[in-house]
Design a protein around this ligand. Structure first.
Ligand SMILES: Nc1ncnc2c1ncn2[C@@H]1O[C@H](COP(=O)(O)OP(=O)(O)O)[C@@H](O)[C@H]1O
Ligand SMILES: Nc1ccn([C@@H]2O[C@H](COP(=O)(O)OP(=O)(O)O)[C@@H](O)[C@H]2O)c(=O)n1
Length: 564
């Protein structure tokens, strides 16, 4: 994971708080600051002062690419200079802002000012870049990208208050009209329009004060720089590819690859490792990880698909082809694989496994999943729901949305305990191990994800209620997630995955305070020699320090949301 100049981009519309936040961050981190708006404003002032015909593109380019500007910090103010003249006040006038927005539409102007902006990242340890296209165009490889949002009324009010506080005259309606006009111009222009970068964290500042926005962004930056998690994931990756090189498949235990032979190694190890590799490749730009993923895809097909029975088998020794949990992960992983490789053959595999799932499990209303008392377990269905969401996300095929919505209705009817606001493990109350808090956290994340995809999860759209209920009963005094709510606390073994699922939800919902706590417990207790270990006892002593290849799925899934 790279450690070049650390660039933080802050984009968003006028008056949203970019400048304020950028200054605070640059101060706190002792980074350089780029106020790109000021550069556009200086260019605009130059155009206004020299009465340049902005329709004359070559002239504009020649003049603006040689703009003589500099900034100087005086007290707590940054002064802007054009041709040696202090123009700090003049560039802030609204007519300069409007001209800035006008010339900012012209592609050649943006080209002329690009090098000047990028130069701010030279010779510094870090840079906070404030603007409209910092994350999308000027610094597309920036490590941290943020996009601030707030309604135009709120932003106009902030500007109004600012002017009044300075003792200046202000007309709210006029400010609002100008701000909305500039918004429209910035969002709808053809070149570098104002929009969030795909990998930007979008923060709605409407109901946050300056401290609140700063706390959120600063926590996100700190999180992404969390060395322990980064090191653990890199170490895990190295161990996984070493095992694949050695054996040709992903074994059950990465630190003891020979412990279980190939015939008894689960398909699940292949699918989950494949997901780990693809996600790792996406987050770190490691092409080799994609190549390993593709290799595992071929292993899966040649060794875990039985041509005769047309079934995905759980292990080669058992030949069990009726495990929905395994099927769900095949569908899920193939979808992510399709997202990376976009190959027709993968989409055919997706269609095929989806068809198999429908025939084998859904057509007879999950009869294959019922035990002798007619009881169904929740876990496999949750992962099928997750797989449908993944398939919908990566293939955009609406059939997966429809399937996800139908399955969701079914799951809620079978497993959701309305009184306790928790997900039950079994479709009937009288089974032991009624609740596993880890699954309720996993569900909370899936609901957030479904909502983001526009999948209708109306019946229990309250992921917060579910999360809160699980938090209340599911975490012990040391901050570990209880494996279930039915056993004596003394005998409990605390697994790593519920902790990762808990942290994933906290990351998804930007609950950084809780996440900070959980992450420090996690790093102290569940990482040993930089690797994730399986479980600890109630005192936090290591119970089982093997490194499982199935854990990589939870690990990287959690980490990818921490990076968002
Ligand atoms: N979260 C916030 N809550 C309330 N006021 C804010 C917030 N962020 C910024 N402000 C105020 O709003 C005004 C505009 O902020 P500024 O940083 O100049 O926005 P931008 O650079 O995005 O145009 C300033 O007066 C600033 O103090
Ligand atoms: N990176 C940037 C920064 C500003 N601009 C333009 O320059 C204008 C003034 O930018 P600014 O950041 O000073 O504006 P405010 O948000 O402070 O009002 C914006 O309205 C944009 O049209 C841009 O196009 N790209």
């Amino acid at each position: 994971m790279s450690n070049k100049v650390e660039i933080i981009t802050i984009d968003g519309p006028s008056g949203v708080g970019k400048g304020t936040l950028s200054r605070l961050l640059a101060q706190k981190l002792d980074y350089a600051l780029l106020d790109s708006g000021a550069i556009y404003r200086l260019a605009a002032l130059y155009v206004l002062d020299h009465v340049i015909d902005i329709s004359h593109e070559q002239l504009l380019y020649d003049e603006l690419s040689q703009l003589n500007i500099h900034f100087a910090i005086e007290g707590n103010q940054t002064k802007a200079f054009l041709d040696g003249m202090d123009v700090t006040t003049r560039i802030r006038q609204e007519q300069t802002g409007m001209m800035a927005s006008k010339i900012a539409k012209i592609s050649i102007v943006r080209d002329a000012l690009l090098a000047c902006q990028q130069a701010f990242a030279q010779g510094v340890k870090g840079l906070v870049a404030d603007g409209r296209d910092m994350g999308t165009v000027v610094f597309p490889n920036a490590r941290h990208k943020f996009f601030l949002e707030a309604g135009s009324q709120i932003r106009a009010q902030r500007r109004y208050d600012e002017l009044i506080a300075k003792g200046q005259k202000a007309d709210f309606t006029e400010i609002l009209t100008q701000l909305e006009a500039r918004d429209h111009q910035d969002r709808n222009r053809e070149v570098a329009p104002l929009r969030p970068a795909e990998d930007a964290l979008i923060i709605d500042t409407s109901s946050l004060d300056i401290d609140g926005v700063f706390a959120k962004v600063y926590a996100a930056v700190k999180l992404r720089n969390n060395k322990q998690m980064t090191v653990a994931i890199d170490a895990y990756y190295q161990l996984l590819i070493k095992a694949i090189d050695q054996l040709g498949y992903a074994p059950e235990f990465l630190n003891a690859p020979q412990k279980i032979d190939q015939a008894n190694t689960r398909l699940l190890c292949q699918t989950r490792s494949l997901f780990f590799l693809l996600t790792y490749a996406g987050l770190t730009n490691t092409q080799a990880a994609n190549a390993y993923a593709y290799k595992l895809y071929q292993v899966m097909k040649s060794q875990y698909f039985d041509e005769q029975s047309k079934a995905w088998i759980k292990t080669q020794s058992s030949k069990d082809g009726n495990d929905l949990y395994e099927y769900a992960f095949v569908l899920f992983t193939l979808s992510v694989l399709y997202g990376t490789f976009k190959e027709h053959v993968i989409s055919e595999d997706i269609e095929h496994v989806n068809e198999l799932i429908t025939q084998k499990f859904i057509a007879d209303d999950f009869k294959a999943l019922k035990d002798q008392h007619g009881v169904i377990g929740q876990n496999a269905l949750m992962h099928l729901f997750e797989a449908y969401l993944g398939a919908y996300r990566h293939t955009q095929n609406p059939i997966f949305k429809t399937q996800a919505e139908a399955l969701y209705q079914k799951i809620i009817a079978l497993f959701f305990d309305h009184e306790r606001s928790l997900m039950r493990e079994y479709s009937r109350e009288d089974k032991s191990a009624l609740f596993e808090p880890g699954h309720s956290f996993e569900w909370s994340s899936l609901i957030v994800e479904a909502q983001a995809l526009g999948v209708d999860v109306d019946i229990m759209s309250d992921h917060i209620g579910l999360y809160q209920a699980a938090t209340k009963v599911g975490i012990n005094d040391c901050g570990f997630i209880k494996p279930n709510l039915s056993h004596d606390v003394k005998d409990m073994q605390y697994r790593i995955w519920p902790m990762l699922e808990y942290m994933r939800y906290l990351a998804m919902t930007a609950s950084y305070e809780h996440l900070d706590n959980a992450l420090s417990i996690f790093s102290t207790v569940f990482l040993k020699h930089d690797l994730p270990i399986e479980y600890v006892d109630s005192e936090g002593a290591v119970g089982f320090d093997d490194v499982k290849s199935t854990t990589g799925y939870h690990l990287i899934n959690c980490w990818q949301y921490m990076l968002r």
